[in-house]
Design a protein around this ligand. Structure first.
Ligand code: XBP
Ligand code: MG
Length: 257
């Protein structure tokens, strides 16, 4: 059996709860700045999350929820401009440090780093957003802890397509059997499993009811000492938090250490 060589982390929803309180308000700020009366409330945003990628999400909104809006002639440039403004607002929000990492995330990353485990970021979001989140939470220079940061438009087909995971594995010269992924959504799991990578899921309010068939473990968060993770879908483990020992056991299909 292959040995575990790398941890592959999704960002939004997995490292931090960025969607509701980061991306969503940043989209709304960009719309207001552009003089648009669009407001994405929490419920609508949950529906819009069906489509990954900010530019793709704006298009989906107009196609499915705001069909009377008259698209300008230079529609591509219009969407690009709105999205650039959204990224500006999002990175400002991150710099203000308002969004913490989810329970257990920092512990696992620090433990993996100390153990010399290879790590990568595999996300649909814009690269600048990854930098802003990592710097505001793990500190300046922390993105260098990740050998590869696969983000945004680096592959044309975003999650749930497996392309971003396949790209990352190629860059790291790894086979899918040598890595494990951390995801929070059905789209993310379809992407990682589609690339053949075993996947651990921690859910959030938006993704709790997604389809996680095929995932190795589904829990409410990673868990820390004093705050054990809770069961979402039955999958065997005697561990109560995702430390490296637990991750290695899941990787090896063992319920116990
Ligand atoms: C993340 C996303 C992204 C962000 C927006 O999905 O869906 O679209 O919401 O980011 P995942 P951008 O966690 O599966 O990677 O606006 O920068 O595209
Ligand atoms: Mg995610």
């Amino acid at each position: 059996m292959a040995t575990l060589q790398a941890l592959l982390f999704d960002v939004d929803g997995t490292l931090a709860d960025t969607e509701r309180d980061g991306h969503r308000p940043a989209f709304n700020m960009a719309f207001a700045e552009a003089g648009l009366d669009w407001v994405w409330d929490e419920a609508l945003y949950g529906q819009l999350l069906a489509v990954t990628g900010g530019k793709e999400r704006i298009r989906y909104y107009l196609d499915a929820f705001n069909t009377t809006f008259e698209k300008p002639d230079d529609f591509d440039a219009f969407v690009k401009g709105l999205h650039e403004a959204k990224t500006r607002f999002y990175t400002q929000l991150m710099a203000e440090g308002k969004i913490p990492l989810r329970p257990g995330v920092e512990n696992l990353i620090l433990e993996a780093r100390a153990a010399g485990m290879r790590m990568a970021i595999v996300t649909t979001t814009t690269p600048a957003n990854v930098t802003a989140l990592l710097e505001s939470t793990l500190g300046p220079g922390s993105e260098d802890w990740f050998e590869v940061i696969a983000a945004g438009d680096i592959v044309p087909a975003k999650k749930p397509a497996p392309d971003i995971y396949e790209w990352t594995l190629r860059e790291m010269k790894l086979s899918p059997e040598e890595a494990i992924a951390f995801e929070d959504s059905g789209n993310g799991v379809r992407s990682s499993l589609g690339a053949g990578v075993k996947t651990i899921v921690t859910v959030n309010g938006y993704t709790r009811d997604d389809d996680f068939s095929g995932a190795a473990l589904v829990r409410d968060h990673m868990g820390v000492s004093g705050l054990p993770f809770g069961l979402i879908a039955a999958s065997e483990t005697t561990h109560d938090r995702l430390d490296l020992k637990c991750v290695r056991a899941i990787f090896a299909n063992r319920a116990t250490a």
